[in-house]
Unconditional design. Structure first.
Length: 318
C-alpha cells in the first residue's frame, strides 16, 4: 500500500490533462483511497483551476466527497467566481456557513469577487434579483468587519470592486477614502468605477491625484476615449504613455476599426510589431477585419493562418 500511495502522490503532482486525471482517479478508487482528502484536493484543484481542467468534473468530485473541507471549498468558490457561473460560488459559501465549515480571508476575497461577477452577469445575461447579490456582498462585508479582516489589502480591493460593480460607487469611494495605504490596484478600481458610470470628472481627478500611474491607469483612460468615439483623444493619451502593453495597442487598434479607420489600424499594427510587442488573438482579429476592408490580402492571409494554427475559426472574414 505504501508503494501505491507514493505512486499516486507523485502522479497527482504532475497532472497535465483531464485524461491523466481520470486515470489517476481510477487508480485511487481501485486502491480504496477515494476518501483520502489530500488526493481529492489535488484532483479538484487541477480540475477547477487548471486551463486544462474541467470545472464540471471538479464540481462532481466536490459534491461526492469533500463539501466540508475549507481548502476545497475555497478552491471551488475561487473557480466559480472566475467562471460563467459565479452564483455557484455563493451557494458554496452559504453551504460553508450552514454546515460550520471554517472560512478565512481567502474565502471572503473569492466570495466578494463572485458577487462582483454575479452582478455583472445579472445585468448582461441572467435574469435574477440583483438586490440579493448586493445584499450578499453587504453581508460578507459585515462579516469581514466583525472578524477584523477589513485591513487586508486584497479584501479591501475586492470590496471596492464589488461595490463599484454593483453601481454603489459612493460606497466604494467611502471605503477608498478610509484606506490609509492605497495600492495602484485600489486607485485603478476607483478610476474604472467612475468611468463605468460616465463620471469623467471624478475619474480624471483621481488620475491626477495618483502618486504613481501604471499602464493599467493609462489603459483605462484610453478605453474611455474609445467608448466615446474620440479616437484622437485616445491617440493623445497613447502617445504620452511612458509604457504600453498589448492592451494599450489592442484598444487603439480596435478603436480605429470601430470608426472605420482601417489604414490607421494597420499602421498601428506595424508599429506594434516594430516595438516588439507580441500581438494577441484580439489584435489579430481586429487587424484581420481591417485587412478584409482594405483588400490587404497578403497580410490578411498571414494573420488568418496564424489564427488557424491556434485553433480559432474565423471564416467570416474570408
Amino acid at each position: 500500500m505504501t508503494g501505491t500511495y507514493s505512486r499516486i502522490s507523485c502522479m497527482t503532482q504532475h497532472l497535465c490533462s483531464m485524461l491523466e486525471l481520470k486515470q489517476v482517479q481510477a487508480i485511487i478508487t481501485k486502491a480504496g483511497l477515494h476518501s483520502h482528502l489530500p488526493f481529492t484536493a489535488k484532483l479538484i484543484f487541477f480540475s477547477a483551476l487548471s486551463p486544462m481542467g474541467n470545472l464540471s468534473h471538479a464540481h462532481s468530485l466536490f459534491l461526492q466527497t469533500s463539501m466540508h473541507n475549507s481548502f476545497i471549498c475555497n478552491t471551488m468558490i475561487r473557480a466559480f467566481a472566475n467562471s460563467s457561473y459565479p452564483l455557484q460560488a455563493l451557494y458554496i459559501y452559504n453551504h460553508m456557513h450552514t454546515t460550520n465549515v471554517v472560512s478565512d480571508h481567502f474565502t471572503y476575497n473569492f466570495v466578494l469577487k463572485a458577487c462582483s461577477r454575479a452582478h455583472k452577469f445579472a445585468q448582461e445575461f441572467v435574469k435574477c434579483d440583483e438586490f440579493i447579490i448586493i445584499s450578499k456582498g453587504g453581508e460578507v462585508h459585515c462579516t469581514v468587519l466583525k472578524l477584523g479582516l477589513d485591513q487586508d489589502p486584497s479584501i479591501q480591493n475586492s470590496l471596492l470592486c464589488m461595490y463599484s460593480q454593483c453601481g454603489l460607487v459612493h460606497v466604494a469611494q467611502h471605503l477608498f477614502d478610509e484606506i490609509s495605504n492605497r495600492s495602484l490596484v485600489s486607485w485603478n478600481i476607483m478610476i474604472s468605477a467612475y468611468d463605468r458610470v460616465n463620471d469623467s470628472k471624478s475619474a480624471d481627478y483621481l488620475l491626477e491625484s495618483m502618486p504613481h500611474k501604471n499602464v493599467v491607469s493609462w489603459n483605462t483612460v484610453i478605453g474611455r476615449y474609445i467608448r466615446l468615439g474620440d479616437i484622437e483623444g485616445a491617440r493623445r493619451v497613447f502617445q504620452i504613455m511612458p509604457q504600453r502593453d498589448a492592451v494599450s495597442w489592442n484598444s487603439l487598434i480596435a478603436g480605429c476599426v470601430s470608426v472605420k479607420d482601417y489604414e490607421g489600424a494597420m499602421g498601428l499594427f506595424s508599429e506594434m510589431q516594430n516595438a516588439e510587442v507580441r500581438p494577441t488573438e484580439v489584435t489579430l482579429i481586429s487587424v484581420l477585419g481591417a485587412c478584409a476592408e482594405t483588400g490587404a490580402l497578403e497580410m490578411g492571409s498571414k494573420i488568418h493562418e496564424s489564427l488557424k494554427a491556434c485553433g480559432h475559426k474565423i471564416e467570416g472574414y474570408l
